[in-house]
Design a protein around this ligand. Sequence first.
Ligand SMILES: Nc1ncnc2c1ncn2[C@@H]1O[C@H](COP(=O)(O)OP(=O)(O)OP(=O)(O)O)[C@@H](O)[C@H]1O
Length: 283
Amino acid sequence: MLSVEHVTKKYGNFTALEDINLVFESGVYGLLAPNGAGKTTLIKMLTTLLFPTRGRILWDGQNILSMGSEYRGLVGYLPQEFGYYKNYSPRQFLRYMAALQCMEPKAAKKRIDSLLELVALSDVKDKKMKQFSGGMIQRVGIAQAMLNDPKLLILDEPTAGLDPKERVRFRNLIHSLAKQRIVILSTHIVSDIETIAGKIIMLRDHALYCCESPAAICENLEGKLYEVPSDTALTGQELLLSERQAGDRTVLRIASDFPVKGAVPVSPDLEDAFLYIYREDTL
Ligand SMILES: Nc1ncnc2c1ncn2[C@@H]1O[C@H](COP(=O)(O)OP(=O)(O)OP(=O)(O)O)[C@@H](O)[C@H]1O
């Protein structure tokens, strides 16, 4: 179990995160917030690349900073900018990464073969990565993060640059990895996590806004969401969230605390909740 207790991070006088409290148990956690909200800062503290200014992070009750390499042995990490060698094949690259982790060569070979199978790259395991698509590179990155069979897998914006088909494949892969481990996945793209994350962590105003299931987050908007024709004049009490194509016409999705005449009540989804929660922020 991983717990974040009263963690604050300051960069000089600037407070990037203030008094964050979280508890992680196995399953997928989506860290969802607009750019600049502090996702990478939190992730870097969870991976010991940055230290909290105040507060502490515990793994099974022990401070991760005092655990040192023992803790890092439990963590798999795919950073936002994942460095790889274009002229290496996935197999060469993973062998190299395994050697850096001092894995025994025979065990490493077996593990690499099964990981390449898991991320569906066995067919291209000896091809140079310079020919790979963004999705294929991300899958090499995930295999790299999984080398030590981590108890805590952290993926920072792993779906950036993926096409829709690659995103679906990625979601399926994450789902299969989340059994018996904690997976923390940061993103600002709602659809990447709404079907796979058991809990969504939202940051707002440099603080924790919520850590709840997608259903619980949507529930807060229940009864407030409507669709109206696109030529409807909105009043100050109605908040435009998005537009959607319904057959051959466009409809507006709006949030309102009061019933709206002529509007069709609809059930909120996580995208609506995201837009509602960050309505005053520049997205
Ligand atoms: N080394 C640093 N020095 C000063 N300010 C920083 C530093 N790193 C990040 N920040 C600031 O802290 C805030 C949070 O940054 P962070 O990178 O954690 O956000 P993020 O949610 O991961 O955003 P993105 O998705 O754009 O990376 C931002 O306002 C950023 O400008």
